[in-house]
Design a protein around this ligand. Structure first.
Ligand SMILES: [Cu+2]
Length: 303
């Protein structure tokens, strides 16, 4: 009898402990690591965003490299023109030269620009090559543009396919960014090569992630590919950058990049919670676009 009471007491204690609210929420948020760093645009930002991927770092480098060369060319031509205006104007140079040909000068103005183009084309072609190499990814996500939200489908996680809508201004929570935060962000592992298969379900959209160096059209009936590799855990943002209709501004892209273990933990939760597609409620957009042709036809038919 004493033993039975002892067991009952133990069971009651266990129930009490398990029911404690602090223990009820033991599963940690697998996306917490993404909150440690936020790569978002700032008001009046004048330069590229901080590079969040090796691809953007290379784009950044090439942009500055060409900018320096361009500064040299524009500076040289500017100085030359100023010199010509002052030294050879009609007042200062009453008797103009009749010279029409100078072999040395002609060789210089052919050779120097050729050299400049050659030193620009090398790194440009190597970057285009690097951007196009989406071979051997760790995983592939199909990104589909819709009017006006994104849909992410994880090819390596069967059934994990969900939609991502912008948070409307009047529903923003603390920490969320106006016009950039979404209800269900795209979650990716850090340090792994991720391929994007980009397409559209309706009109042209643009899958544009400035801090990751990704920019591809989303074209209905066709798949464009790109890839990224994010070394640092954090939250990254992008935007549709192809005018796609009235709510074009309301389809941002939010990426949560987390360590691989957290990503894998998230896929399990997400597969259970998001699958079968989150109901396609669009809190932002106006009522579905009216198909005037179909309406006219049905009006015709009912007559
Ligand atoms: Cu758009």
């Amino acid at each position: 009898m004493k033993q039975r009471i002892g067991w009952l007491f133990c069971a009651a204690l266990l129930l009490l402990v398990a029911g404690h609210p602090a223990l009820a929420q033991t599963s940690p948020d697998p996306l917490a690591a993404a909150d440690t760093y936020v790569n978002a645009p700032k008001p009046w930002q004048m330069w590229f965003p901080q590079a969040g991927s090796p691809m953007q770092a290379q784009i950044d480098w090439l942009m500055k490299y060409v900018l320096w060369i361009m500064t040299g060319v524009v500076g040289f031509v500017g100085v030359l023109m100023a010199y010509v205006f002052i030294r050879f104007n009609a007042k200062a140079n009453k008797v103009p030269s009749h010279l029409t040909h100078n072999t040395l000068v002609e060789v210089i103005w052919l050779v120097v620009p050729t050299i400049l183009l050659a030193i620009i084309i090398g790194p440009s072609i190597s970057l285009i090559w690097y951007e196009g190499d989406d071979s051997n990814p760790y995983m592939t996500v199909t990104v589909t543009g819709h009017q006006w939200y994104w849909e992410y489908s994880y090819q390596s996680v069967p059934g994990l396919d969900y939609t991502s809508y912008m948070i409307p201004d009047n529903q923003l929570q603390p920490g969320q960014i106006r016009r950039l935060s979404v209800d269900h962000p795209l979650v990716l592992p850090i340090g792994e090569k991720i391929k994007f298969d980009i397409t559209s379900a309706d009109v042209l959209h643009g899958f544009y992630l400035p801090s990751l160096g990704v920019q591809k059209y989303a074209i209905p009936g066709s798949v464009q590919t790109s890839w990224t590799l994010i070394p640092k855990a954090g939250t990254y943002f992008g935007q549709c950058n192809q005018i796609c209709g009235i709510n074009h501004d309301a389809m941002p892209i939010e990426i949560k990049a987390v360590p691989l273990a957290d990503y894998l933990a998230w896929t399990k939760l997400a597969a259970a919670n998001y699958t079968e597609n989150t109901p396609a409620q669009n809190p932002v957009s106006s009522p579905a676009p009216v198909n005037q042709f179909a309406e006219a036809q049905s009006a015709e038919a009912s007559r």
